[in-house]
Design a protein around this ligand. Structure first.
Ligand code: BGC
Length: 388
């Protein structure tokens, strides 16, 4: 090769390397500083749902962590969290248009469930000798407050700051069969330590049962990025509440040791999920309440630690509740399209719902969910994000 050609080749190689470096630098800086484009367009949330105006509310902290919420169901519809490279990743499943949440086929994405989250056996419970009957919407049982619950309710929003928004709802007496007019307030706040706190308050004018929680579906590798079975999960629970074939607890608090339910040290969600096990067969995977040990951090129960294996995102959940429902997305069946255009395929999201135990109104040995008229219900859960 003559000298001219050699020089030309060297120059072309150097130029190509420089261009590659520039491109990589630009991508890193976009990921670090800007993250993905806005995942939600607020104009798609300014629409009428069920004849009432719905809006999008945005909370942002100094690290760019962003929570998107809507007043329809007081829902968390998106959550941008920095991954191990500093790029913002949306870790909550949802839709990009408010009206898509009004779907009885997939009603619980990101929503508050209540007035009684989880199941009540055969849609019945008794207080002071009076039996209350609820609509059944999950086989023979009532799930997540019934047909409308509070997930299809229009809550009234008050945004106190860029890092806090509250939603209020008045549940009328006997709506979905629950006694009493109940005032509820749910406040979402985002700290500069990357903690999303959900605080719940409620009060009824009649003795009733209350169990509020949030029903976000998480994928810490990113919404719509594939199965969650490779996530690592640790649950601070030595016991769980086994269920019957309709997912109602038998009343027993069973040890997890030696069973697929042992998450006392971190393990992949998918490691034991296909084990031949009667409890797993009832839930088609994990769909069970875990009894928290009460491992206290700043006065709250450390409930769970989850790691997104690809993103390095870690979510710790702290709660004042005695239990947490772990649902591994076993009934997800490509019924809907997510924000990023992908389908809600089998086990592409998991829920961890801090709560009192399922069917507590009918289970005298479970912590009580009964509140007298005028009594204050309050509870709080924190979702803290970090990277590893
Ligand atoms: C329940 C599941 C149910 C899911 C619906 C969970 O809280 O435990 O059985 O399918 O909610 O989103």
């Amino acid at each position: 090769m003559n000298r001219f050609l050699t020089k030309l080749l060297v120059s072309i190689t150097v130029l190509a390397m420089l261009a590659c470096q520039q491109k990589a630098k630009k991508e890193t800086s976009q990921a670090n500083q800007e993250g993905p484009a806005e995942v939600l367009d607020s104009t798609h949330f300014n629409e009428l749902v069920d004849g009432k105006q719905v809006r999008l509310y945005t909370l942002k902290n100094k690290n760019g962590m962003t929570a998107y919420l809507t007043d329809f169901g007081a829902r968390l519809v998106g959550l941008l969290v920095p991954n191990k490279h500093g790029a913002l990743t949306d870790v909550v499943l949802g839709f990009n248009k408010a009206s898509l949440y009004n779907n009885p086929e997939e009603p619980y994405f990101g929503t508050i469930v209540g007035p009684f989250g989880n199941r009540i056996a055969k849609g019945k419970f008794t207080l002071d000798g009076e039996t209350f009957t609820l609509p059944t919407n999950n086989g023979p049982n009532t799930l997540h407050g019934g047909l409308k619950g509070v997930h299809f309710a229009h809550w009234t929003a008050k945004q106190a700051s860029d890092q806090e928004v509250s939603f209020q709802y008045s549940l009328p007496d006997k709506q979905e069969g629950f006694p009493g007019n109940m005032q509820m307030t749910v406040t979402y706040s985002l700290s500069d330590d990357n903690e999303l706190t959900i605080a719940y308050e409620a009060k009824s004018d009649h003795k009733t049962v209350i169990n509020l929680t949030n029903h976000a579906y998480f994928n810490l590798n990113g919404e719509g990025s594939g199965a969650i079975t490779t996530h690592q999960l640790q649950l601070f629970a030595d016991r769980y509440t086994p269920v019957d074939s309709t997912l109602i607890p038998t009343g027993e608090l069973a040890p997890v040791k030696g069973t697929p339910f042992d998450f006392t040290t971190a393990k992949e969600i998918g490691r034991d999920i296909e084990t031949q096990d009667l409890q797993l067969s009832y839930g088609k995977g994990y769909d069970h309440n875990f009894v928290l040990n009460g491992t206290k951090v700043d006065g709250m129960n450390h409930a769970a630690k989850v790691l997104g294996d690809k993103s390095g995102i870690v979510m710790d959940i702290y709660t004042e509740e005695p239990g947490i429902q772990f649902y591994s997305g076993n009934f997800m069946a490509e019924k809907v399209t997510l924000k990023n255009g992908n389908k809600d395929s089998f086990r592409t999201g998991f829920c961890l719902e801090p709560q009192h135990f399922p069917d507590a109104p009918n289970q005298p040995n479970f912590p009580s969910t009964v509140y007298d008229a005028g009594a204050n219900y309050h509870t709080k859960s924190i979702y803290k994000f970090s990277v590893q």
